[in-house]
Design a protein around this ligand. Structure first.
Ligand SMILES: *Cc1c(COP(=O)(O)O)cnc(C)c1O
Length: 419
């Protein structure tokens, strides 16, 4: 039962009249079993860091697809725009509509396919639309005719990722359609790199860049001079100024992660001047700082004897009298089942191991060495506690994936709080 002193809706903590202004800034989490905190300060630092790299004249498009990489679409978009992002990029129409509902009137690029039946909704909201199909172009031309509106399109150029995009003959046919329908505004043209973060050898990326420039030349020859040309994701934005063009599409680094170890190493190598005598990077050159923490409260503490097994499949057996704590989160909340018997969490300022299998909504941890652990104590699954830290990179390594997936899969039902 919820004590009556708690706010009735824990997602929107009430501000007590008597609370000092400083304390009021920290959300009240007493009524929450599990939640995500996003640090506004880290967020601002990351966007300032990116802005320093790209300069003031390049449009900073914050990529907020996948619920803003798990950080919360609404919360992260607000922080991004407050911290100097110029526009937003999403995958799907529904994400773009959610941004409008949240009150954002800024430019929004939809990077994924919009079902033909729903293009009118996108045009009505004046979204920027990726264009890589003749069918979409023709439908947009009809809509322009019917409504008098001018759809804005960004032509997606295939340069070697072989995902979305057009090249050669197909690109040429699309340009024929666009030439026949001046009611469509060819505002942008863009491409996406395939192999910029997985390697320190950037020959393939340079080749893609050259193909993109050739395609822009083809567009120019056909009379199209898009004012918004873009190619760079985070890694390209930080490493290669020649990829900046008119806009960058920055995802992961905005949230405080390097795209990869290779990206970090390449960056640090090239900014070796920023390394102080102590071998640390200067603050300005130090790079992104994680802004997300994933937290939960202990929902039960219990003692089990040596020899007892823990959880489904009995995959862990106590070798000594053991104190277990139950956490009210599991794989349905985005805590990967591959973390079973592998990951650590932070409790009482110490690292405590996960025991047994991660369940759908529950995870067991060993607090034998954290004797003060009590019901409803705060546990950190990702983030800092005291001077300890569990990074998304650490969980990614244990689960055989990348930090992108670890944060993107944090369940949308977890409340997101800006701190
Ligand atoms: C997701 C995505 C990005 C952002 O990539 P990061 O590595 O997170 O910066 C940019 N462009 C496109 C097309 C994307 O799909």
């Amino acid at each position: 039962m919820t004590p009556t002193t708690l706010p009735t809706n824990p997602r929107v903590p009430e501000k007590s009249e008597t609370q000092p202004a400083e304390a009021a800034k920290q959300p009240d989490t007493r009524g929450l079993n599990a939640w995500i905190e996003v640090s506004a300060e880290a967020y601002r630092h990351n966007l300032e860091f990116i802005r320093q790299r790209i300069g003031s004249s390049v449009e900073l498009g914050a990529v907020v697809k996948a619920n803003a990489y798990g950080h919360g679409l609404e919360q992260a978009s607000r922080l991004a725009l407050e911290s100097g992002a110029d526009s937003l990029c999403v995958h799907a129409l529904d994400e773009a509509l959610a941004l409008r509902r949240a009150g954002h009137r800024c430019d929004v690029l939809i990077m994924g396919h919009v079902p033909l039946a729903r293009l009118s909704e996108a045009v009505r909201e004046n979204f920027r639309l990726v264009l890589f199909s003749i069918e979409t172009a023709e439908r947009l031309a009809h809509l322009a005719q019917d409504t008098g509106l001018r759809p804005r399109v960004h032509v997606k150029i295939e340069t070697g990722t072989h995902r979305q995009g057009l090249e050669g003959e197909e690109l040429s046919r699309l340009l024929d359609v666009l030439a026949a329908h001046p009611s469509l505004e060819v505002e942008g043209a863009y491409t996406h790199f395939a192999d910029i973060e997985d390697t320190t050898d950037h020959a393939y990326a340079r080749r893609q860049l050259r193909l993109f420039e050739e395609a822009l030349e083809t567009l120019r020859a056909r009379g199209f001079e898009p004012s918004c040309r873009h190619a760079a994701c985070s890694a390209a934005s930080l490493l290669f100024p020649e990829t900046h063009f008119d806009m960058v599409r920055v995802g992961i680094s905005q949230y405080g992660f390097w795209s990869s170890k290779e990206t970090r190493l390449t960056y640090q190598h090239e900014h070796a001047g920023g390394v102080s005598g102590a071998g640390h990077l200067d603050a300005a050159a130090a790079g992104p700082r994680p802004s997300l923490s994933f937290k939960a409260r202990i929902s039960q503490v219990k003692n089990i004897p040596a020899g007892a097994s823990v959880g489904y499949g009995r995959t862990w057996q106590a070798t000594r009298p053991t104190r277990l704590a139950v956490l009210p989160i599991g794989y349905a909340d985005g805590y990967d089942r591959l973390l079973s018997n592998r990951a650590h969490v932070l409790v009482g300022g110490r690292r405590a191991p996960v025991r047994g299998r991660v369940c759908m909504n529950l995870t067991l941890i060993d607090v034998t060495d954290v004797p003060e652990a009590r019901l409803e104590d705060e546990v950190v699954l990702i983030g800092r506690q005291g001077d300890r830290e569990v990074r998304a990179e650490e969980l990614a390594e244990l689960a055989g994936t990348i930090p992108y997936e670890v944060v993107a899969r944090l369940a949308p039902h977890l409340p997101r709080l800006i701190v």
